[in-house]
Design a protein around this ligand. Structure first.
Ligand SMILES: Nc1ncnc2c1ncn2[C@@H]1O[C@H](COP(=O)(O)OP(=O)(O)O)[C@@H](O)[C@H]1O
Ligand SMILES: Nc1ccn([C@H]2C[C@H](O)[C@@H](COP(=O)(O)OP(=O)(O)O)O2)c(=O)n1
Length: 278
């Protein structure tokens, strides 16, 4: 490996020591299993978890709460200002029991909005908000500050981003999920995974989840949920800035015929292998 490559991978060329956490980037379309998989991978490896979709959802919620309609293009600069000002924090609890899925609470300006950001109204508008270049710029700056791209640049960025928490902890690594993590947020991540699954399978899983959570959207049928997922995927794939796509160096994993445990296992083993632990 060259000196430049070593530095990008987060190693000091002088001491050979790691200068930033081991980074796992997980991207993919809606309901492909990113957040479930990412949280369990983080738990198994003892890493932090950052849900970047929650940031775009917070900006969307903030606009809707202030009566700013995201579908009206006249509001783009107001939404960009809201994104820049928003103070967003995530707190993930990993729970002692091995079988319990870690839970992430999301705070917008210190208020717990974990449920409010998952309503169908927020889901309906979030793709438009996530396509605004200035919104993406603010969110990427906030999540990079949390993700510690490397120790020097993360310290610089967290100073610039007074509204974002400093890199969250001393855990040995970090799992971040979204649409552009491998392609633009953590471009030098140690492991990049692109999760995919058949859109009908994804719709069935999402509907099951809505039913379990007692959501009003559970009254929708599979076809409606599938159409909504496909519409959102299309918008995420075709936007001008950081569209959803697999990074060239990402591993593609189709979860259509896998159990959650199987997909987590594949990623955990690869992360351990790349850390030289197995
Ligand atoms: N391999 C799988 N088998 C069955 N259900 C799954 C599988 N992977 C994920 N799920 C379920 O699919 C739903 C969507 O997964 P989620 O992690 O929220 O996707 P995303 O973060 O990509 O939107 C969740 O209810 C999750 O438990
Ligand atoms: N890094 C990211 C994360 C999410 N987004 C966009 C794409 C989605 O339409 C919204 C919401 O993402 P989220 O992961 O919460 O959505 P799903 O759980 O997959 O339905 O934000 C993005 O553009 N870039």
């Amino acid at each position: 490996m060259t000196f430049g490559a070593l530095i990008r991978r987060g190693f000091s060329t002088a001491t050979g020591a790691r200068t930033r956490p081991f980074q796992v980037a997980i991207d993919g379309p809606s309901a492909s299993g990113k957040s479930t998989t990412a949280r369990l991978v983080a738990k198994r490896l003892g890493f932090d978890y950052i849900d970047t979709g929650a940031f775009y959802r917070c900006v969307t919620l903030s606009a809707l709460q202030k009566g700013v309609d995201p579908s009206d293009s006249k509001n783009i600069s107001r939404i960009a200002a809201l994104a820049s000002d928003a103070k967003i924090d995530l707190k993930t609890e990993f729970h002692a029991s091995a079988s319990t899925l870690p839970t992430t609470r999301v705070f917008l300006d210190s208020k717990d909005v974990s449920s409010d950001i998952r309503t169908s109204n927020v889901s309906k508008h979030v793709s438009v908000v996530a396509a605004i270049p200035a919104v993406r710029q603010s969110v990427v700056q906030k999540v990079r500050a949390l993700g510690a791209e490397d120790i020097d640049s993360s310290a610089k960025e967290s100073k610039q981003t007074a509204t974002t928490s400093a890199p969250s902890s001393s855990r040995a690594g970090l799992v971040m999920d979204g649409r552009d993590i491998g392609t633009s947020v953590l471009t030098h991540a140690d492991l990049k995974v692109f999760l995919v699954a058949d859109s009908h399978v994804r719709a069935v899983r999402r509907l099951e989840e809505l039913r379990k959570n007692g959501s009003q959207d559970a009254l929708l049928d599979v076809k409606q949920v599938q159409e909504d997922l496909e519409r959102r995927d299309e918008s995420d794939r075709t936007r001008a800035v950081s569209p959803l796509r697999k990074a060239d160096d990402a591993i593609e994993l189709d979860t259509s015929n896998l159990t959650i445990e199987e997909q987590v296992d594949v990623i955990v083993k690869e992360a351990l292998r790349r850390q030289g632990k197995i």
